[in-house]
Design a protein around this ligand. Structure first.
Ligand code: SF4
Length: 389
């Protein structure tokens, strides 16, 4: 992977995201899509995917894209989509449970199609994985085989790990796995009560931030020791005391090159790369969109202008007693803490400069931007009957 280690500066992300559809062959405990009606779990047609990718590349000038599912490796035209993506200079990542890559031939086919890397969902270790996946199909063994296949093919891997009660004991072992398999980046994601979980007051597997930190703290220490980049997403900054350089709330996400560009993610319509000021206001909109709120304690916190605060559901469940405001001068630079993180940024590659002056209509009919609170492209409700396949 063509990485450079950056410190004291941060680049704006140039990464788009495209949901290829919500079909999946496991049932993760925390899945957002479990309650989506089966008839809406459709694969995005190839031509629509191409149109969206061209818009990402030639209008938004993105250089990378994440393919989301469901399980995107199961899309019937996935190799054509990946190949098209690579051909226009948009480097493709698949966010995957990875188990189908245990098949060496399938991994080789992704390599041949031009995949850039895989972001593997590693939520646990050993037998715990089958429990988390809700289906016992030699889950962890296949994931490890997949990692070995990708390493043999020199396809980079990053890890995603959702933080819930059921996997906290595995966090340090996940870091050890990453180290042993040459994985350089791990994203730890607080479980977000979005979508179908939004109105659930008592989610049994949801953990308090303080409970998570008993396990995440040692795991982050290990990451630092092993020089693994650890990004903790959606946790209030003060919950990561001593680890603030790893804290990525909605205000820091535009400066994580492994995260999504608010401009193309929501099809906001600004050609190319908007200004830092635009991303700051887009971050504030994201905070409101996802129901994060500042508590009373936040009102006097020096970090309040660069921190989302707590999720409304979280506060309703547990209150704000964990909040620990920062004293001192008001901080207004979103990268104030994260610029201290040693981050793997992409070295400038040889992707062709966008040259096509094509009119691009809105993505609303291709992806699922049905309302301001939606962010899962690829789910198309009210699809004409002829397209329901
Ligand atoms: S006190 Fe509030 S604003 Fe300050 S870091 Fe904590 S959650 Fe964020």
């Amino acid at each position: 992977m063509e990485y450079t280690i950056a410190k004291d500066r941060r680049s704006l992300t140039r990464r788009g995201v495209l949901w290829l559809g919500l079909k999946c062959d496991i049932k993760c405990k925390f899945c957002y899509d479990e309650n989506v009606d089966k008839k809406d779990k459709l694969w995005l047609p190839l031509d629509d995917a191409k149109h969206a990718l061209e818009k990402f590349r030639f209008y938004y000038e993105n250089e990378y894209v994440d393919f989301m599912g469901g399980e995107p490796t199961l899309h019937p035209r996935v190799f054509e989509i990946v190949g098209f993506c690579a051909s226009i200079g948009l480097r493709p990542t698949l966010i995957t449970h990875g188990m189908h890559l245990a098949d060496r031939k399938r991994a080789e086919a992704f390599k041949a199609a031009g995949v850039h890397d895989f972001l593997m969902s590693i939520h646990g270790i050993g037998e715990n994985v089958a429990r988390l996946h809700g289906r016992d199909v030699e889950n962890f063994d296949r994931q490890v085989q997949a990692i070995d296949n990708l390493n043999a093919l020199e396809i980079p891997i990053r890890f995603n790990c959702i933080l819930i009660r059921d996997n906290l004991c595995d966090l340090s072992a996940i870091v050890e796995l990453a180290k042993s398999k040459n994985v350089k980046i791990i994203n730890f994601l607080t479980f977000n009560p979005y979508f179908e979980w939004r109105s659930a007051p008592e989610i049994p597997f949801q953990a308090r931030h303080s409970e998570i930190m008993q396990y995440l703290g040692p795991a982050l220490r290990l990451c630092n020791e092993y020089r693994i980049e650890a990004n903790v997403r959606y946790m209030p900054i003060c919950q990561l005391k001593g680890f603030e350089s790893h804290a990525f709330t909605g205000y820091q996400l535009p400066y994580d090159v492994h995260e999504w560009d608010y401009n193309s993610w929501y099809d906001r319509g600004l050609n190319g790369q908007p200004s830092h000021e635009w991303y700051y206001s887009a971050s504030a909109e994201q905070k409101a969109r996802h129901s994060y709120i500042h508590t009373e304690k936040c009102q006097n916190c020096a970090a309040r202008n660069i921190c989302d605060g707590f999720h409304a559901q979280y506060l309703a469940r547990w209150g704000a007693e964990e909040a620990v405001p920062y004293s001192g001068e008001l901080i207004s630079d979103p990268i104030f803490y994260i610029k201290q993180q040693a981050k793997h940024e992409y070295a400038k590659g040889s992707a062709p400069f966008p040259a096509r002056a094509v009119e691009f209509g809105p993505l609303a009919n291709i992806t699922q931007f049905n309302g301001t609170d939606e962010n899962r492209a690829g789910v198309r409700v009210n699809l004409p009957a002829t397209r329901r396949k």
